[in-house]
Design a protein around this ligand. Structure first.
Ligand code: MTE
Length: 319
């Protein structure tokens, strides 16, 4: 249960990193943080962390926030999956430093089965929303998980503006296709552009965010700038990055990963310790920066918020 847990400012000093203290210095009046023992950390975490000024100053905690120890900013921004910038974890941070090209406007089109379709410039898209910071555990299918203080707004708020009609059963999301900016797209490792989907009620759940930042700063290219999805009870690949199109559809979308491996990647992809991936167990996970694995929790610990979405469904068939 993650509702109503301790706020970030109440965390004991030994559970936080220097970077967090920096970003939240107004809250951490007595913040004398210690960094975890370097020998237990991946190399990237042992580096000195940079401390740029936060972009989003009005940081609030959502009622869904967990008090779990946050993954360090350095790990979150250097250990990534973003196949448009290479298939290994290190390449996105190296190759996406100039992404997206700031000289080109970022537009998001909202279309399909809705009464208010539209094409929005990024600034117009986010202007009506009050940005708030939420802390979500974020888990990836490769067997590691992270806890990230996301900045974003509920996808539901945007969906309500677009007024989907009764034929809108699913929402399909598409990433930018631009091999000039995204060198990985010139190799056919996935069927580009990257596509993901949610059922409309999953998309409307208050845990589902459109994120524009993390750790109080704008998203970096490697994390899916300028706008990406965060679906904390699902495996990481559902959280599509650098979105340019949101479409309301009647039929279940066929995602990039379903096309790549239909036996391995299902539409739902809910975190579930009892349903293994054909090639590996999902019962335990390693949290980035931790040495020992921990038990995976059903729906990544958000059972209370999302279990009702799957009542009566066979989760082994609907994986
Ligand atoms: N979105 C796009 N467009 N391309 C990708 O390759 N990778 C997914 C997801 N979103 C991916 C994507 C996968 S597999 C994971 S685990 C998460 O992004 C990783 O997000 P992170 O690098 O911010 O931790």
């Amino acid at each position: 249960m993650f509702i109503g847990k301790k706020r970030l400012g109440e965390m004991p000093a030994n559970e936080i990193t220097d970077h967090e203290v920096y970003l939240n210095r107004r809250q951490f009046l007595n913040g004398s943080a210690t960094v975890a023992t370097a020998s237990l950390l991946p190399l990237s975490m042992a580096h000195a962390e940079t401390s740029p000024e936060p972009t989003f100053l009005d940081l609030k905690q959502s009622s869904f926030s967990t008090d779990d120890k946050l993954t360090s900013y350095d790990s979150v921004t250097t250990y990534n999956n973003f196949y448009e910038f290479g298939t290994d974890k290190a390449s996105p941070a190296i190759l996406a430093t100039k992404f997206p090209d700031k000289s080109k406007p970022w537009r998001v089109t909202i279309e399909g089965e809705g009464d208010k379709p539209g094409e929005y410039d990024y600034d117009d898209l986010i202007r009506p929303f009050t940005l708030e910071e939420r802390i979500y555990r974020f888990r990836c299918v490769e067997g590691w998980s992270m806890v990230i203080p996301w900045v974003g707004f509920p996808l539901a708020d945007l969906i309500k503006r677009a007024q989907p009609n009764s034929r809108a059963k699913y929402v399909e999301f598409t990433t930018l296709y631009d091999p000039e900016q995204m060198p990985g797209q010139s190799r056919k490792v996935l069927d580009w552009p990257y596509v993901e989907g949610l059922r409309i009620d999953e998309a409307m759940n208050p845990l589902t965010l459109l994120s524009v930042g993390l750790y109080g700063q704008e998203l970096l290219g490697q994390n899916g700038a300028p706008i990406r999805l965060v679906v904390p009870w699902k495996y990481g690949f559902k959280s599509i990055k650098s979105i340019v199109n949101i479409r309301f559809v009647e039929e279940m979308p066929n995602s990039a990963w379903m096309k790549a491996g239909p036996r391995e990647y299902g539409f739902y992809s809910n975190v579930n310790p009892d349903v293994d991936h054909p090639r590996w167990s999902q019962s335990r996970e390693r949290r980035l920066g931790e040495f020992l694995k921990r038990k995976t929790e059903l729906y990544n610990g958000y059972e209370e918020q999302v279990a009702h979405l799957y009542t009566g469904m066979d989760l082994t068939k609907n994986f």
